[in-house]
Design a protein around this ligand. Structure first.
Ligand code: FES
Ligand code: FES
Length: 164
């Protein structure tokens, strides 16, 4: 039997509100395409096994590990990366809370944390500390001990509650 090599696959999706078309091998992950073809390096590359959460992005508002998603399967969907959370160049409320609460040290986990935390606040108006810990349970941080991160998410939730 003759094996036919799979050629590149074209995928069209929205990234941070912008229509994007990429041609990549069928096995290319959303993570590699975002970083290497779209140029959005805020989404971090680490374990590539769905264990650390550094590569978390929103796929139609749902947090996913971009290292486990094939780029081709994002065809027709909306992808939001940490770059897309900023508001006209200004940090989002969550990004601002992370800065104010010293919730980042080396910063490598921070984009994934911010994306997961943002998704939590979209689905839960008043999350408890336990809700926050649960929502971030797939995001690993080797530096902070998590306390300041959970505090930052609480601060962002409280601030949003005050402004509504
Ligand atoms: S790089 Fe995707 S979960 Fe670690
Ligand atoms: S701030 Fe360094 S891994 Fe989280």
């Amino acid at each position: 039997m003759t094996e036919v090599a799979a050629g590149p696959v074209e995928s069209a999706f929205e990234v941070n509100g912008r229509k994007t078309t990429v041609s990549a091998p069928a096995s290319a992950t959303l993570l590699s395409v975002l970083r290497d073809r779209v140029g959005l390096t805020g989404t971090k590359f680490n374990c590539e096994q769905g264990e650390c959460g550094a590569c978390t992005v929103l796929l139609d508002d749902r947090p996913v590990n971009a290292c486990l998603v094939l780029a081709a399967s994002a065809h027709g969907h909306q992808v939001t990366t940490v770059e897309g959370l900023a508001d006209e160049g200004e940090p989002s409320r969550m990004q601002d809370a992370f800065m104010r609460c010293d919730a980042a040290q080396c910063g490598y986990c921070t984009p994934g944390m911010v994306v997961s935390a943002t998704a939590l606040l979209c689905r839960t108006a008043h999350p408890s500390r336990a809700d926050i810990e649960q929502a971030l349970s797939g995001n690993y941080c080797r530096c902070t001990g998590y306390e300041s991160i959970v505090t930052a998410v609480e601060a962002a939730a409280e601030e949003r509650g005050r402004l509504q």
